[in-house]
Design a protein around this ligand. Structure first.
Ligand code: NDP
Ligand code: ZN
Length: 351
């Protein structure tokens, strides 16, 4: 079959590969729509998780089931499915401990385009189909559906990590598609004010639509200074980090009130250490918590998030700025994600 793959660090291209085979609990799926992720960019062009040879890229997809294993109960060929970016091994000890995203090793619930072939192919393999697939709800736009693979669950997980409570003032650093879903999630969780950091107008407009009270451009001086000014020197209760670098944590710690929590979902593609400012961290005693996490995947999560869309609670229409028709556009869509033109939030390829 034809597929678009990482050939080595800094190199991606089309390859021919054997169609995957189906184990007893698995499914083989044909993509209906796929999207590239900024994580694929970190993986290929920053070599952030090391070298990979001829590994098929992509982990955001909806698809049609073409084959299921003998033990699969709830899915059959022809079903149209949501596929989460994270497909845990649900019988692992880590899943039993509540951290399914790290099933069988740190980050190992993230299989597609990490250590297993991804979804930018004519067919892809899904482990534990009953645990990891969900039916696309009747009438859901397939372009919206593909945002449920990764962008919605990741942005919302940032909000869960930061444990946003009613009335909290929340800073969201980064308003690409992930940060935008963190803005939406913070608003849904009851934030009073949401300060959103980014510079592209298209993202700022979408952030306002999702509930941002103020937009902060990080080119206009340190984020911390701008936040302190907006909050009359008080700082914020919670921070979600969905963009920036290893240096962004210093800004986040500086504006956090004692008792505050930082939820990071940014994939740190480069830099050896994350610096925590000693004084701003209360010389080690400030009760400022820093958490970071990979999004939770799996079927229940997909089904619940899909209901937020079908109920009208979550409107995904602001996320997708570029739509392509045809398998051959996978390469172009990934390069767009790498180059981040100023009018881009997220591209989707409909197949
Ligand atoms: P984008 O690149 O689209 O967005 C990044 C945002 O960060 C933009 O708003 C950008 O602003 C802003 N930004 C860039 N540099 C800085 C800076 N120095 N300080 C503050 N803000 C800055 O990324 P995505 O939304 O697609 O993804 C966000 C991150 O989430 C990525 O690292 C991705 O790999 C990761 N990710 C993590 C997952 C998880 O499970 N934890 C899953 C999926 C993705 P500007 O407007 O100027 O571009
Ligand atoms: Zn991703």
């Amino acid at each position: 079959m034809k597929a678009f793959a990482m050939l080595g660090i800094g190199k991606a291209g089309w390859i021919e590969k054997a169609r995957p085979t189906c184990g007893p609990m698995d499914a083989i799926v044909r993509p209906l729509a796929v999207a590239p992720c900024t994580s694929d960019v970190h993986t290929v062009w920053e070599g952030a998780i090391g070298d990979r040879k001829d590994m098929i890229l992509g982990h955001e997809a909806t698809g049609e089931v073409v084959e299921v294993g003998s033990m699969v109960r709830d899915f059959k060929p022809g079903d149209r499915v949501l596929v989460p970016a994270i497909t845990p091994d649900w019988n692992s000890l880590e899943a039993q401990a509540g951290y399914s995203m790290h099933s069988n090793g740190m980050l190992a619930g993230w299989k597609f385009s990490n250590f297993k072939d991804g979804v930018f192919a004519e067919y892809f393999h899904v482990n534990d189909a009953d645990g990891n697939l969900a039916l696309i709800p009747e009438g859901m736009d397939p372009v919206d559906a593909v945002m449920l693979s990764d962008m919605v669950p990741t942005g919302f997980h940032g909000v869960e990590l930061a444990d946003v409570k009613f009335g909290d003032e929340v800073l969201v650093i980064g308003i690409g598609p992930v940060g935008l879903m963190a803005v939406a999630g913070a608003a849904l969780a009851g934030a009073s004010y949401v300060y959103a950091v980014g510079s592209r107008k298209v993202c700022a407009d979408a952030a306002r639509a999702y509930g941002a009270s103020e937009i902060i451009d990080y080119h206009n001086g340190p984020i911390a200074e701008q936040v302190m000014k907006l909050t009359n020197g008080q700082g914020v209760d919670r921070v979600v980090i969905a963009g920036g670098t290893v240096d962004t944590f210093a800004e986040a710690v500086s504006v956090l009130k004692p008792g505050g929590i930082i939820g990071n979902v940014n994939y740190l593609g480069s830099g050896d250490t994350v610096n925590i400012p000693r004084i701003a961290w209360g010389v080690g005693m400030g009760h400022k918590t820093i958490k970071g996490g990979l999004m939770p995947g799996g079927r229940l999560r997909m089904e619940k998030l899909a209901k937020m869309v079908t109920s009208g609670r979550l409107n995904l229409s602001h996320l997708v700025t570029h739509r392509f028709k045809g398998f051959e556009h996978m390469e172009e869509s990934l390069l767009l994600m790498k180059d981040k033109p100023r009018n881009l939030i997220k591209p989707v390829v409909i197949i």
